[in-house]
Design a protein around this ligand. Structure first.
Ligand SMILES: [Zn+2]
Length: 126
């Protein structure tokens, strides 16, 4: 169990970076109609989640880094375990990207918001 106050806590549990109580997303990652929807403000401390218009367009840089890490992980795992044909690599990587798309999108938004909003223990009260 991660201690509160750690950025990893906010990122892993997808909680508000300031109070680490309010949820960053309204629905589950695989609710395909609503997985991108975020409340305007934190339900616990009132922190705005969109700091400026089109704030999350910057999250695509984080998403790029996550995708590269995913490509590398799938490639190395296949190479070490099976050493398959080139097409197996290609289809496996494309499949992993599609299946994990909601997870990487939400993770990149959470990490990006954590760059700009710091934890504040004054808001961490139940
Ligand atoms: Zn909050």
């Amino acid at each position: 169990m991660l201690p509160r106050g750690n950025k990893l806590y906010s990122i892993i549990y997808q909680k508000c970076p300031r109070c680490q109580h309010g949820d960053l997303f309204e629905a589950g990652a695989y609710n395909l109609k609503r997985f991108t929807q975020m409340p305007e403000k934190c339900s616990h401390c009132g922190q705005r989640f969109e700091l400026e218009p089109a704030f999350y367009s910057g999250a695509m840089y984080v998403s790029y880094a996550l995708q590269v890490a995913l490509f590398t992980t799938v490639y190395v795992a296949l190479r070490v375990l099976f050493n398959p044909d080139m097409f197996v690599y290609m289809y496996s990587i494309i499949g992993a990207v599609i299946i994990l798309f909601p997870v990487t999108l939400r993770l990149s938004r959470t990490i990006y918001l954590n760059f700009f909003v710091r934890y504040d223990s004054r808001f961490d009260k139940a």
